[in-house]
Every structure is written in structure tokens, then in C-alpha cells.
Design a protein around this ligand. Structure first.
Ligand SMILES: Nc1nc2c(ncn2[C@@H]2O[C@H](COP(=O)(O)OP(=O)(O)OP(=O)(O)O)[C@@H](O)[C@H]2O)c(=O)[nH]1
Ligand SMILES: [Mg+2]
Length: 209
């Protein structure tokens, strides 16, 4: 199908090893009674036209949410850029918007603010600046970036911000809400998050289709 220039595919990056979480599949790890990625689905889906999940393990469990599941094309967990590359290849829209699976408070106006920043700079790429630094896993990427990304990965590059530096990069200012990008890497952070997340309402328990 021809890509529609207006459209964005949201990508939930759930392909990591989660070593700091003891090797659990972090997207499926329960946080306050719900798998982590359900928070990301709930907050990202209304902002985008399509959604895909990038995952390397338990793909059947992820597929049960009803969205396409895209695995990395590179073996051995090369990092989030591999998930971005796989999603760019799979997406049928002009843009993808990536978020990590472990960020239950991600902003509801993420897509709007990234698109605005990107348009202002007329760039192919936009990411988040919180005032405390970049949050480069949150990225709006034009499909034309795939070749550059594959070249960077094939050359051994793994760092997102170093690859971004090869391109004009728009920064969306989220200094008003840096805490919205809190992500959960360790059992301690999970415990803190669980004390702050609401108990799941009954209907939320059936998000999984
Ligand atoms: N597709 C893909 N995604 C990854 C890979 N490594 C990390 N990610 C994702 O990138 C995002 C940020 O990574 P981290 O929070 O460090 O997650 P992680 O790498 O699984 O966890 P650690 O092993 O503890 O660093 C998460 O959404 C991960 O799922 C990978 O090799 N492939
Ligand atoms: Mg990591």
C-alpha cells in the first residue's frame, strides 16, 4: 500500500534483554497489575494511525494485542537502533514514532510536539529534550532514514545519539514535564513505579485481545 504522508506508525520498542531487570521480557513484566507495554499502548495508540510492537521474545504473547509484531533483523540484541531499523522497514507510513515499552507516563502530546519541532526545522528526524538531556529512544523518524541507519549499524554503530548526529535533528522541548519520561530499568524502579501507578480498572484488564 502506498505510504500516506500524513500518517505515523507508532512503534513500541520491547526488543531488549532487560539485563538490569534480571533478563525478564520487560514489555510483559507486570507493573501495578498490568504488563508494562499496556501503558505504552494506551498512551501512544490515540496519537498515531497505526501501531506495531518490536519484540524478539514471546512474540505470540505480544501478537495477542492485535498489532503486528516486528522482530529485529540483527541477532544478539544490538540495541534500540535495531528495533528502529526493523520498524522503519516494516512500516507503510512516511514516519514512525518510537517509544520504549517501559515508560508508563509517556506524554499524550508526544507526537504533536515532535511533529511540530520537525516541521519547524524541516528535518527528517525529531527527538525529545527534557532540559536534563535527550531522550533519544523517543524519536520521530522519516522512512528515508532507513539506509543511513542500516549503514551505521553495519559499521558497528550502536549509539542512538551518535547516529542522530549524522542528520539534522529537531528537538522537541519537554522541559515542562521531564518526569513523563521516567522509565523502569531495575526492580527498585519498578517498586517505586508500582506505588505511583493506579490500580488497574476492571476494564483495563481486558486490553489484551
Ligand atoms: N529491538 C531492540 N530493542 C532494544 C534492544 N535493546 C534495548 N532495546 C529497547 O530499547 C529501549 C531502551 O532500552 P533499555 O531500557 O536499556 O532496555 P534493555 O536494554 O532491555 O535493558 P538493559 O538490558 O537493562 O539495558 C527498551 O524499550 C528496550 O526494549 C535490542 O537489542 N533490540
Ligand atoms: Mg539497554
Amino acid at each position: 500500500m502506498a505510504a500516506n504522508p500524513q500518517q505515523i506508525t507508532g512503534v513500541i520498542l520491547a526488543g531488549g534483554r532487560a539485563k538490569r531487570m534480571g533478563g525478564a521480557d520487560k514489555g510483559l513484566l507486570e507493573m501495578a497489575g498490568r504488563p508494562a507495554l499496556e501503558y505504552a499502548i494506551e498512551r501512544l495508540q490515540p496519537q498515531v494511525d497505526r501501531l506495531v510492537i518490536n519484540a524478539n521474545r514471546n512474540r505470540g504473547t505480544y501478537a495477542a494485542y492485535g498489532f503486528p509484531v516486528v522482530p529485529d533483523e540483527m541477532a544478539d540484541y544490538p540495541g534500540p537502533l535495531a528495533g528502529m531499523a526493523a520498524a522503519l522497514r516494516a512500516a507503510e507510513t512516511e514516519y514512525i514514532l518510537t517509544v520504549p515499552c517501559d515508560c508508563p507516563w509517556l506524554p499524550l502530546d508526544l507526537a504533536t510536539r515532535l511533529q511540530l519541532a520537525r516541521r519547524n526545522l524541516n528535518s527528517e528526524l525529531a527527538t525529545v529534550e527534557t532540559g536534563e538531556g535527550l531522550q533519544p529512544v523517543f524519536a520521530l523518524l522519516h522512512r528515508s532514514l532507513l539506509d543511513s541507519l542500516l549503514t551505521y549499524l553495519q559499521g558497528g554503530g550502536r549509539k542512538i545519539d551518535r547516529w542522530f548526529a549524522r542528520h539534522l535533528t529537531a528537538l522537541a522541548d519537554f522541559s515542562d514535564c521531564p518526569e513523563a519520561f521516567t522509565n523502569i530499568n531495575t526492580p527498585e524502579q519498578r517498586a517505586t513505579a508500582e506505588s505511583e501507578l493506579p490500580a488497574p480498572p476492571e476494564e483495563a484488564r481486558s486490553t489484551r485481545r
